[in-house]
Write a new protein. Structure first.
Length: 178
């Protein structure tokens, strides 16, 4: 085996990415503190052709050197928008027919591996603050609560890790043909 060079990976240019068919997934970041986490979410969203990222509340927005450090240019490819109020955004998206899933440990949550996304509806997934998680008022109005199963001693995963796990699983389940 030989590692491939970047030039051999046949990745899309930014202009091609913007024109490409997207996975019908939206990412919502609810009050994320870490700029490195934000950058990582952009990079993961680029990898799986995510439609859009909403940066809500205190979540920092590009351009910022600490976001860029982990995003590696994905802030140029993935569409994003800053919205002050996560709750109002969720209500607006629901009115547009988009299903909302909070990624959270909650009563009646669905384990990620058992969650089946709707074939005909767009899905927005919400990742919450590193300490407090997704705001309770947002969890309360979500259509779903999806939980990543964990079997060790810790109670949570880093938000960027959670995002990678969830987007990869949903990307595979949505089976979008590219």
């Amino acid at each position: 085996m030989r590692k491939l060079k970047n030039s051999e990976l046949e990745r899309l240019a930014v202009k091609e990415f913007k024109r490409a068919k997207k996975t019908p997934l939206i990412v919502i970041l609810d009050n994320i503190r870490s700029l490195n986490n934000i950058g990582s979410v952009f990079r993961t969203s680029d990898a799986f052709l995510i439609e859009k990222i909403y940066l809500c509340g205190i979540t920092a927005k590009p351009p910022h050197k600490d976001i860029h450090k982990t995003a590696l240019g994905a802030t140029d490819s993935v569409e994003w928008e800053h919205v002050e109020d996560t709750f109002k955004l969720v209500k607006k998206l629901q009115a547009e027919g988009i299903l909302i899933a909070s990624i959270e440990q909650a009563e009646n949550s669905v384990q990620l591996q058992k969650f089946t996304p709707s074939k005909n509806k767009k899905l927005a997934v919400i990742f919450g603050n590193e300490v407090k998680g997704v705001q309770q008022k947002v969890v309360s109005i979500s259509d779903y609560c999806i939980e990543i199963p964990q079997y060790g001693t810790k109670h949570s995963l880093n938000i960027s890790v959670s995002c990678g796990v969830v987007l990869w699983e949903l990307f595979n389940k949505m089976q979008v043909e590219f």
